[in-house]
Design a binder for this molecule. Structure first.
Ligand SMILES: [Zn+2]
Ligand SMILES: [Zn+2]
Length: 212
């Protein structure tokens, strides 16, 4: 069995999102791996706090926002993963997965700001750092929503995220994009993503099992 350290970075205004979506989605991913005989599991290592000193200002079409640049986040995650590996010598783990509540931005001005549906990968000395922003998957919830409507929106949000997580995990074990009904088929828009099944096609599943 191989483990992937999992953490989240961000400030949650809506606490319900933590309980309803964040932890459920990783439970769902672990259940998916179990049911599909994929020997990978996420291991929660706690929330990650970034120092406010890392924040940068960014001018966007929607105004000026305060964000953490990816470069800083990658450094913090790398050292966190090293620490976890040292503490847990008996398990196989060389990857960390972080979900952020803020959009992914870079000091690089050419970075595809706000258009990134899917995540970022960096490999440093054999350790893989994966970052996925929850932002593009969000379903806006308004105070007027009925409890039923609210539940439905959170389910949609969670389902979008689960597919995003499976997509990144696929890449982390060498899967490339495919054109099938599969999470490895990148979406052109969010509606496209909503129509995708939460799983790998037969070809990708075989490749994934082989990589493990
Ligand atoms: Zn991809
Ligand atoms: Zn596929």
């Amino acid at each position: 069995m191989e483990f992937i350290a999992f953490t989240y970075v961000g400030n949650f205004v809506d606490k319900e999102i933590i309980t309803d979506v964040l932890f459920n989605v990783f439970d769902d991913a672990n259940r998916f791996f179990h049911q599909n005989e994929i020997p990978v599991r996420f291991l929660y290592i706690g929330k990650l706090e970034l120092e406010p000193g890392y924040l940068i200002n960014l001018n966007t079409p929607e105004g000026r926002i305060r964000v953490y640049p990816l470069e800083a986040l990658v450094e913090v995650l790398y050292s966190r993963l090293l620490q976890e590996i040292n503490e847990k010598e008996d398990i196989k783990m060389n990857k960390i997965f972080a979900l952020t509540t803020f959009p992914l931005v870079s000091r690089n001005p050419y970075f595809d700001f706000y258009e990134k549906f899917l995540g970022i990968h960096e490999v440093i000395t054999g350790l893989r750092i994966m970052i996925l922003s929850m932002k593009p998957f969000e379903v806006p919830i308004t105070p007027d929503d009925s409890p039923h409507e609210r539940r439905r929106k959170l389910e949609t949000f969670k389902s979008r995220l689960l597919k995003g997580i499976l997509h990144e995990v696929g890449h982390s074990f060498g899967l490339e994009h495919c054109n099938n009904q599969c999470v490895m088929h990148p979406p052109t828009n969010i509606e496209d993503w909503d129509g995708r099944i939460p799983g790998y096609c037969d070809e990708c599943l075989l490749k994934l099992r082989a990589a493990l």
